[in-house]
Design a protein around this ligand. Structure first.
Ligand SMILES: [Zn+2]
Length: 396
C-alpha cells in the first residue's frame, strides 16, 4: 500500500445531522467508507481519527458571540433572535442537540488532515466530513455551522506560515471561504460553480476578485445551468492550471462537493461521474508539481447520496493513494447488495455513467460558448500580468 495518503474519519462525524429528512446527510461518509473497504482500497492503518476542534481553533475564524449562540442552540435553547442574527434555527440550518460538538468534530477532522501533511510527513490527507464552505465568521448558512476549510486555512497560515490555494468544485459558490480571505493576498480562492442566478447563495460572480491587498486573489467561474462534462472540465482544468502557476502556493486544499452531477436534486448542472474522477486527478498532479505533494481534500455538498456521492468521494481516495486502476472494475457486489436494500434508487455498478443517462441539452453550444467567455474573463488578471511581464522582458 502507498504510504503517502491519510484518510481521516471518526464515527462522531456522523452526528452532524439536522433531521431525518434534511438533504445534508452524513450517511454519505458510511457509504463511502464501506465502498472503499469492499474494494480493498482502504486499510485500517491508513485511517486516522478526527478530533473535536477547540474553541481557540474555532476562534481563528468565528466570532465569540456566534460560538456562544451555537453552544446554546446545541442544548436546546433556541432563541428566535438566533435565526436572523446567527443563521441558526432556519429551515436550511435548523438547530439540533449537540450541534456545536458535531460541527466541531468536522472542523477537527480537517485540522487533523492538515497536521498529517505538515507534521506527520504525509503528502495528502482526506477529510470527507469537512467542506462546509458556507459558514461565515458570525453566521451559519446553507447547512454549514463552522467553516472547517476557513479555519484550516488560517491554522496553516499561522502554524506553518503557508500560502494556501483553495479550490472549490461544489456546485454552489464557496462564499464563506471567499469572504473570510477576501482581503488576504496570502490565500487565493478559486470557486467553480453553477451561476448564482438561479442557485443559492447567489454570489460568485466573475467580478468578485478580492479587495485591498487581496485584490487579484479571488477567482470565480460561474457556469451556466445545464453545463455538461466537457465544458465543466475545460473550465476547471484551465482555471486551476493558470491560477496555481500564478499564485505558487505551498499547499492546495480542495473542496469536493459532489453536487454538480445531473442526478443531484438541488442544482442544475449536468455533470456525470466522469468529472469526479478527473477533478482529483488534476489536483493530485498540480500538488506534486507546485507543492511537493501537499494536498488536503475535504468533502462538501452532494445530495444524491446513493448514486453519486459514494463513487465521487471514493474516487478522491483512489486518486490520492494511487489506486485508480480500480476504475476499470465494477463496483463490488457485496457493497451493491448491502446498500441496494436501503434505497429505491438503482445503484450504478460502474464508475462511469452511461452516455445516454439524460436527453441531449438543447442549448449546449450556447452554454459552452458562454462558459468559455466567463472563463476568459475570470482569468483576465492573470493574462494581463503575463503580457505585462513579457513587455517588461522586452524592455530589459
Ligand atoms: Zn453544494
Amino acid at each position: 500500500m502507498m504510504p503517502e495518503a491519510a484518510y481521516i474519519y471518526s464515527p462522531e462525524q456522523l452526528n452532524y445531522k439536522f433531521s431525518e429528512d434534511h438533504p445534508f446527510n452524513q450517511r454519505r461518509l458510511s457509504l463511502t467508507l464501506d465502498l472503499l473497504k469492499e474494494l480493498g482500497a482502504l486499510e485500517q492503518h491508513q485511517i486516522f481519527p478526527a478530533r473535536m476542534a477547540t474553541d481557540q481553533e474555532l476562534l481563528l475564524i468565528h466570532e465569540e458571540e456566534y460560538i456562544k449562540a451555537v453552544k446554546s442552540a446545541s442544548t436546546g435553547l433556541v432563541q428566535s433572535s438566533y435565526s436572523s442574527t446567527f443563521g441558526i434555527g432556519t429551515e436550511d440550518t435548523p438547530a439540533f442537540p449537540n450541534m456545536h460538538e458535531a460541527a466541531a468534530w468536522l472542523v477537527g477532522g480537517t485540522l487533523a488532515a492538515v497536521d498529517m501533511v505538515f507534521e506527520q510527513g504525509y503528502k495528502h490527507a482526506l477529510n470527507l466530513g469537512g467542506g462546509l464552505h458556507h459558514g461565515f465568521r458570525g453566521k451559519a448558512s446553507g447547512f454549514c455551522v463552522y467553516n472547517d476549510s476557513s479555519i484550516a486555512i488560517e491554522y496553516m497560515r499561522r502554524k506553518y506560515q503557508a500560502r494556501v490555494l483553495y479550490v472549490d468544485t461544489d456546485a454552489h459558490h464557496g462564499d464563506g471561504v471567499q469572504w473570510a480571505f477576501y482581503n488576504d493576498p496570502d490565500v487565493c480562492t478559486l470557486s467553480i460553480h453553477e451561476s448564482g442566478r438561479f442557485l443559492f447563495p447567489g454570489t460568485g460572480n466573475v467580478n468578485e476578485r478580492g479587495h485591498g491587498e487581496g485584490n487579484g486573489y479571488t477567482f470565480n467561474i460561474p457556469l451556466e445551468a445545464f453545463t455538461e462534462d466537457d465544458s465543466f472540465l475545460e473550465s476547471y482544468r484551465k482555471a486551476f492550471t493558470e491560477v496555481v502557476e500564478y499564485f505558487k502556493p505551498d499547499v492546495i486544499i480542495t473542496q469536493n462537493g459532489a453536487d454538480a452531477h445531473y442526478y443531484d436534486p438541488l442544482t442544475h448542472l449536468c455533470g456525470t461521474s466522469k468529472i469526479f474522477l478527473e477533478i482529483p486527478k488534476l489536483a493530485h498532479e498540480l500538488a506534486h508539481k507546485y507543492c511537493e505533494g501537499r494536498w488536503i481534500a475535504v468533502g462538501g455538498g452532494g445530495y444524491d447520496i446513493w448514486r453519486v456521492v459514494p463513487r465521487a468521494w471514493s474516487a478522491i481516495w483512489l486518486e490520492m493513494s494511487g489506486q485508480t486502476d480500480l476504475f476499470k472494475q465494477s463496483l463490488p457486489d457485496t457493497w451493491l447488495k448491502r446498500w441496494q436494500k436501503e434505497t429505491d434508487a438503482v445503484l450504478p455498478d460502474s464508475w462511469y455513467d452511461k452516455p445516454d443517462m439524460y436527453p441531449p441539452i438543447p442549448r449546449k453550444n450556447e452554454i459552452n460558448l458562454k462558459n468559455e467567455r466567463t472563463l476568459n474573463k475570470a482569468l483576465e488578471p492573470i493574462f494581463k500580468k503575463k503580457t505585462d511581464n513579457e513587455k517588461q522582458n522586452v524592455l530589459l
